[in-house]
Design a protein around this ligand. Structure first.
Ligand code: UD1
Ligand code: CA
Length: 464
C-alpha cells in the first residue's frame, strides 16, 4: 500500500491569542507539531506534506530539524481545512494510494491509533475513514452524524449544528484516511456556504457518502489522545496528559519519581535506572542523566549531560556536563559551557560559567567562577571570585592541579595559579603565582593595645 501524509498547519490559531503560530506552541518542551510529525514518520509514508501559511517562515524554520523528510505547501490565505488539503493536489500528482490527513494541533495522537485507523480503512476498502472519539464534553468539535443503522453519514461543525446534533458526543478528531483520487475529486465539490464561510474538509465525508462511497469510522478508546489544542487552556491539558505519560514511561524503566504531579520532564529527556527525581524538578531539552543519581528537589536541568551517581539539589544547570559522582548545590547556578568533572563539588551559592572544575576539585561556597580552568584536586575557599570582566572584554583564569585558593580571594583575570600554589585569604591576585608558592596581597594587621579604654576616656564614656 502506498501512503502519503498531509499535516494541516497553516491556520493562525486565533483562539491562542498569540503572536506565535499555534502549531509552534510547546507541549512538554517541544513544538506541538513535532509530535504529529514524529507519529507520522513512524508510519514510514512515501511523502509527508506540511501545509503552512500563517507566519510560514517561523514554522519552516522551527521544522528544519526534519530536513528533507518533509515538504511544504504554502496556503496563502487560510480559507479552511478543505481548501488547505485541496492545494496539495499538484504536489501529490505522481502519487496514488492512501492519504492520511492530520492536524498540526493534535499532539498526543499515537502511531498505534493511526495504524488502527489505517487498518479499518484498508480492510473495509473505504473511500474515507475518520478517527472519531466519544467525548464527555464535545464542545468545539465537529459531530459525527450516523444513520439509524450506525453508518457514518456526515460531519457537522459545531457552529452549523442544530441543538439536536450538538447533543451528539461522538466527535471528529480531525484525523482521516482517504483514497487519494476520491479525496481530490470530492474536494472540487465543497463550498463555503456555512457559518464560518470556510471550505471545510469535513464536507468531503457527506459528499463521498452521497456518491455511494464507503465511509468508515474508527472510534478511539482514549479521548485524551485525540484532543485538539485550540486555546491555552487546552494546551495546558495536553501538557498535563503528556507529562503523565512521560513520567510513567520513565518510572516503568526504573526511575523513581517521588511526586509525578510536580515533576516536569520534557519529551526528549533520557534518565537511567535507579535515579531518584525529587519534587518540583524541571528537566528539559536534550538532557541526559545517568544511573543512580539524586536530582532535586527544586532543580532545573536544561540541555545538560549528567553522569552516574551525581547529586544535584536545589540548583539550575544549563548546557553543561556533570561527570560521575559530582555534587552540585544546594543552591548553585551552573551556566552554559561548564564541565564539572568526576567527584567535583560546586556548593551553596556558587555560580560557575564556561569553566572546567577538575576531578575532585571543590567550589563549596559563595563563589563566582567564570571563564576558568580549574585543574584536579583544587580547593577554592569560600567567597572566591574570578574577576573575568573589565567592562569590555572577558579574560581567562587558570588554576592548576592541587592549588589552594584562600577564602575571599579575588583572581583578577587573566591570571594563572601554578600547581600546588596557595593564595592567602582576602588577597587580590592580579599577577601569576608560580607553582608551590604562596601569594598574599594584603596589608599588615595593626593592633592598638587598650584602644577601647583610650577611646572611652577621650569621649567621656563611662566603662560599662
Ligand atoms: C477541525 C474540524 C473539526 C474537528 C476538529 C478536531 C474542520 C472544518 N473541522 O476543527 O470537525 O472536530 O478539527 O480537532 O476541519 N488549517 C489550515 N488551513 C486553514 C484552516 C485550518 O491549515 O485554512 C489547519 C489549522 O492550522 C489546524 C487544522 O487545520 O492545524 C485544524 O484547524 P482548526 O481551525 O483548528 O479546526 P477546528 O475548528 O479545530
Ligand atoms: Ca483544532
Amino acid at each position: 500500500m502506498r501512503l502519503a501524509v498531509i499535516v494541516l498547519a497553516a491556520g493562525g490559531g486565533t483562539r491562542m491569542k498569540s503572536s506565535r503560530p499555534k502549531v509552534l506552541h510547546m507541549v512538554c518542551g517541544e513544538p506541538m507539531i513535532n509530535f504529529v510529525l514524529e507519529s507520522a514518520e513512524k508510519l514510514s509514508p512515501e511523502r509527508i506534506v506540511v501545509i503552512i501559511g500563517h507566519k510560514s517562515e517561523m514554522v519552516r524554520e522551527a521544522l528544519s530539524c526534519f530536513e528533507d523528510r518533509i515538504e511544504f505547501v504554502h496556503q496563502d490565505r487560510q480559507l479552511g481545512t478543505g481548501h488547505a488539503v485541496s492545494i496539495c493536489e499538484d504536489s501529490l500528482k505522481g502519487f496514488d494510494g492512501v492519504v492520511i490527513v492530520l492536524s498540526g494541533d493534535t499532539p498526543l495522537l499515537s502511531t498505534g491509533t493511526l495504524n488502527r485507523l489505517l487498518d479499518v480503512h484498508n480492510r473495509g476498502g473505504a473511500a474515507a475513514s475518520i478517527l472519531t472519539a466519544q467525548m464527555d464534553n464535545p464542545t468545539g468539535y465537529g459531530r459525527i452524524i450516523r444513520s439509524s443503522d450506525e453508518a457514518v453519514l456526515s460531519i457537522v461543525e459545531e457552529k452549523d449544528a442544530t441543538a439536536e446534533e450538538r447533543a451528539i458526543t461522538e466527535v471528529n478528531t480531525g484525523t482521516y484516511c482517504f483514497n487519494k483520487n476520491k479525496l481530490f475529486e470530492a474536494l472540487k465539490k465543497i463550498d463555503s456556504n456555512n457559518k464560518q464561510g470556510e471550505f471545510y474538509l469535513t464536507d468531503v465525508i457527506g459528499i463521498l457518502r452521497d456518491q455511494g462511497e464507503k465511509v468508515m469510522a474508527s472510534v478511539t478508546d482514549d479521548p485524551n489522545e485525540v484532543m485538539g489544542v485550540n486555546s491555552r487552556v487546552q494546551l495546558a491539558e495536553a501538557e498535563k496528559t503528556l507529562r503523565r505519560q512521560i513520567n510513567e514511561k520513565l518510572m516503568l524503566e526504573g526511575v523513581t519519581i517521588i511526586d509525578p504531579e510536580t515533576t516536569y520532564i520534557s519529551a526528549g529527556v533520557e534518565i537511567g535506572k535507579d535515579t531518584v527525581i525529587h519534587p518540583m524538578t524541571f528537566i528539559s531539552g536534550k538532557t541526559k542523566i545517568g544511573e543512580g543519581c539524586d536530582i532535586g528537589p527544586m532543580t532545573r536541568l536544561i540541555d545538560t549531560t549528567v553522569g552516574n551517581s551525581v547529586l544535584i539539589e536545589n540548583s539550575v544547570v544549563r548546557e553543561s556536563t556533570v561527570e560521575d559522582g559530582a555534587e552540585l548545590g544546594p543552591f548553585c547556578h551552573v551556566r552554559p559551557g561548564t564541565l564539572v568533572k568526576s567527584g567535583a563539588k560546586v556548593g551553596a551559592f556558587a555560580e560557575v560559567k564556561k569553566s572546567v572544575v577538575g576531578v575532585g576539585s571543590k567550589v563549596p561556597h559563595l563563589s563566582y567562577i567564570g571563564d576558568t580552568k580549574i585543574g584536579d584536586y583544587v580547593n577554592i575557599g569560600a567567597g572566591t571570585i574570578t574577576c573575568n570582566y573589565d567592562g569590555a572584554d572577558k579574560y581567562e583564569t587558570v588554576i592548576e592541579d592541587g592549588a589552594f585558593i584562600g577564602s575571599d580571594t579575588m583572581l583578577v583575570a587573566p591570571v594563572r595559579i601554578g600547581k600546588g600554589a596557595f593564595t592567602g585569604a582576602g588577597s587580590v591576585i592580579s599577577k601569576d603565582v608560580p607553582a608551590d608558592s604562596l601569594a598574599v596581597e594584603r596589608s599588615e594587621q595593626v593592633v592598638i593595645d587598650n584602644w577601647v579604654d583610650k577611646r572611652q576616656k577621650k569621649k567621656g564614656i563611662k566603662k560599662g
